[in-house]
Design a binder for this molecule. Structure first.
Ligand code: MLT
Length: 349
């Protein structure tokens, strides 16, 4: 486990590098490899705590965390709520349906209001790409992006990396370097795909993406992922298969002829999975549409499906993010206003 201080340990981390010099967590695109590794390493202590009967740590006692969700969510909201509560914080959930946003309040006014309540961290989910940054620029406390439009979902990518690392280590493989991962489904509308491409590549994995042409973003090659339109080809040699649902709520118009057709060409059936490496791991961020992008028998495969592990790792990763990002306000040595994790003017990366 790396030291919590400002300088990352040599070897695993670049000498002299700051462990995590960011004020918030808005996207994987802003992180360097060693910062990703730092969060994964920090999460390990929370994986261990969460497996104990008594799952409480009081690190964040007295702090207020607001989960501001402008878009529906079950697992991510619950996961952040559990993470904050296990760390002893006062956690408040703000649902868009009950908020003044429905009454016409602008996002900036909402941000100013949240800021005035003196939250110590704000977790935001929003349907528009870039909305989380807009709020982050208006508030004084750290902001965590819990999914913004089609842009990024950084904690999902981190929890996926942590789930993979655990599964690989159980098989005697230390890291993700060289791992061949095929992500299949609605790549165009998926913030999970985007964050995962960035995260997995930063950790040295080879990322393939597979989708019908209409669901493949134009800029995919620029992200360094290998694009495929034929699932069988994309599965050859894949050690991990990550399935994504059709994100119908973000589609304007008809992108696939029918769910039946989509399943026929891009659904993960046992026969399809057999085209990947013999013990290939199966992942899905949820919510799953069983019988569409993934068959139940595959989703529930013991030892190969990581879907419930992903949910478990989600709580630990979110605990790590909340802990690390509130170290400054808690005055943790090396993380305070002494400039160790911000410049002399108190600005942060
Ligand atoms: C998301 O918020 O993007 C989810 O975790 C994945 C999905 O909705 O398909």
């Amino acid at each position: 486990m790396p030291p919590p201080g400002p300088s990352a340990a040599p070897g695993r981390y670049p000498a002299g590098a700051l462990a995590f010099p960011h004020r918030g967590l808005l996207g994987i695109g802003e992180l360097q490899r060693h910062e990703i590794l730092f969060l994964l390493d920090e999460a390990e202590q929370w994986v261990a705590l969460n497996r104990r009967p008594a799952k409480h740590a009081d690190l964040l006692a007295g702090l207020t965390i607001i989960n501001a969700f402008f878009e529906n969510s079950t697992r991510t909201l619950l996961s952040f709520e559990i993470a904050g509560k296990r760390l002893g914080a006062d956690v408040v959930n703000m649902h868009a349906a009950q908020s003044s946003v429905k009454k016409g309040e602008t996002l900036i006014d909402t941000a100013v209001t949240l800021n005035a309540m003196r939250a110590d961290a704000i977790v935001i989910r929003h349907g528009s790409s870039g909305a989380v940054r807009l709020i982050a620029d208006k508030v004084a406390c750290p902001v965590i992006n819990a999914g913004d439009g089609q842009h990024e979902h950084p904690t999902q990518a981190l929890l996926d990396a942590l789930a993979l690392r655990h599964a690989l280590r159980a098989r005697g493989r230390e890291e993700l370097s060289g791992l061949v991962v095929t992500i299949c489904g609605d790549i165009r509308h998926s913030r999970v795909a985007r964050s995962n491409i960035l995260c997995l590549q930063a950790l040295g994995a080879v990322v393939r993406v597979c989708a019908p042409p209409a669901l493949m973003p134009d800029a995919i090659a620029a992200m360094g992922a290998q694009p495929f339109h034929d699932f069988d080809t994309a599965l050859r040699g894949a050690e991990v298969v990550m399935m994504l649902r059709l994100q119908s709520e973000r589609m304007e118009g008809q992108f696939v002829p029918s769910e039946r057709e989509f399943r026929h060409l891009f659904g993960l059936t046992p026969e399809r999975l057999a085209r990947a490496t013999p013990d290939a791991l199966v992942m899905h961020p949820g919510p799953m549409n069983r019988g569409v992008e993934i068959d139940s028998i595959v989703a529930d495969l013991p030892d190969r499906s990581l879907i419930t592990t992903q949910v478990e790792m989600g709580v630990a990763i979110r605990m790590a993010c909340l802990d690390v990002l509130t170290r400054r306000v808690r005055g943790v040595p090396g993380w305070g206003a002494d400039g160790a994790h911000g410049d002399a003017g108190g600005r942060w990366v």
